[in-house]
Design a protein around this ligand. Sequence first.
Ligand code: NAI
Ligand code: MG
Length: 492
Amino acid sequence: MTPDATMTTPLLASGGKLLIGGEWREAASGKRFPTVNPANGETLAEIAEGDAPDIDAAVRAARAALDGAWGKMSASERGKILWRIAELLTKYNDEVARLETLDAGKPIAETTRVDVALTAEVFYYYAGATSRIEGATIPVSGPYLNYTLKEPLGVVGLIVPWNFPLLIASRKIAAALAAGNAVVLKPAEETPLTALRLGEIALEAGLPPGALNVVPGFGPTAGAALVAHPGVAGIAFTGETTTGQTIMTNASKTLKKLSLELGGKSPNIVLEDADLELAARGAMSAIFYNKGEVCTAGSRLLAQKSIREALVEKIAERAAKMTQGDTMDPKTRLGAQASKTQLEKIERYVALGKKEGARLVIGGERTAVGDGRGNFFKPTIFDGVRNDMTIAREEIFGPVLSVIEVDDLDHALAVGNETAYGLAAGIWTRDIKKAHRAARALQAGTVWINAYNLYDAASPYGGYKASGFGRESGQAGLEFYLQTKSVWVDLS
Ligand code: NAI
Ligand code: MG
């Protein structure tokens, strides 16, 4: 495809270019790369492919914004702009949701009600936060006045994955902008569309040029250039744990502040006194929501011995009924895996599960939808899984549930914590003592009691252990984007 014919369908008014300093530009190299609809294999658009020179231009534009209109803007005015972005996201919900569905293989019912709606909430939340960023006066010894200023880091680099392209980017963007930083966003190569659409919306909302720059491109090129850039003060990243490790190593050369939200292998514990209907429904959404491409997916179901069989039966019955189909159909519940790479990865894990002796209850294979070119995989349940099997240890990032039998709460907590990760956990029981004991004992950044996958723009989110560090959302989510200055005055 030639660059001129790159947007045969007008998916983006800005034409799939990079957003740098408030302008839409081709990449310095002139290169473009395709972004594909995983539900049917069709190329949706060719997108300008950013690399080191584009990242450098974007960082300079961000710096200029801080030294210019954006940096001089009052906190209240920043808040109003974030509020307008939220209003525009609400107004354009259907259209933005459609873009996300096309690019990421998510069912339209999810992108409309969850991805875009929650993204708007994130901007509303942080719109209210801008003028509540306060320092302190400190009662130091001696005839001195000491107070603190909360200041933005400066230019921050945001690197995001493809599973919740708009929402994950926005949690970072809204907090970074609320705190007064300027942003360079590197969306995932699989899903650049909504990030660019958000760039359009931000300009429409009156965000000064350069406050938000969007540079799609690949990890080892554009992503690595952002991590290496000396003009970038911090990197907030969501993605695979090994990528987080690479970023940490590379960021050490320029001593960047880091927030890393990485993988998970979250335990979802169901005790025998739980409401089994509720627990089955919760376990379903825990693993099959967004086709299992969720960092917090409840991929290990730890079921107490006496109810394990009944519970698995209930989940399997429901899972078999999940509608897999056209992602644009509001009735579709299970979408297409985001890429062929993901699909093949899931197949490798299913084969490993069988080989290591787990019992396949349902699924375990692709399913054809339409012309069969989409990345659809059946909801899959393995029973009889041991916690030392590969499918219980490694993040699969697909609709594959591993059921592990446990004797009692103590056993469940031990098995639950026996993992490198620590992103989330669930516990289902009617006994409040057990529930709260579990909440304390589980080594995870989020614990859901008789629920799973609850999120709110106001509630902090992030990992323990190999799931990373730093918190997103809520007041805690602002902290990363701020630094504290201590100011002394001699009053003698
Ligand atoms: P990834 O972690 O490689 O990609 C995420 C983002 O990081 C993308 O924007 C990518 O371009 C960027 N990136 C990659 N290498 C980079 C580098 N050296 N420097 C800077 N940026 C870099 O994840 P990928 O390859 O898309 O997926 C692989 C596996 O990771 C998945 O199968 C899944 O298991 C896991 N994953 C976990 C996520 C989570 O939220 N827990 C999200 C996405 C993937
Ligand atoms: Mg990768």
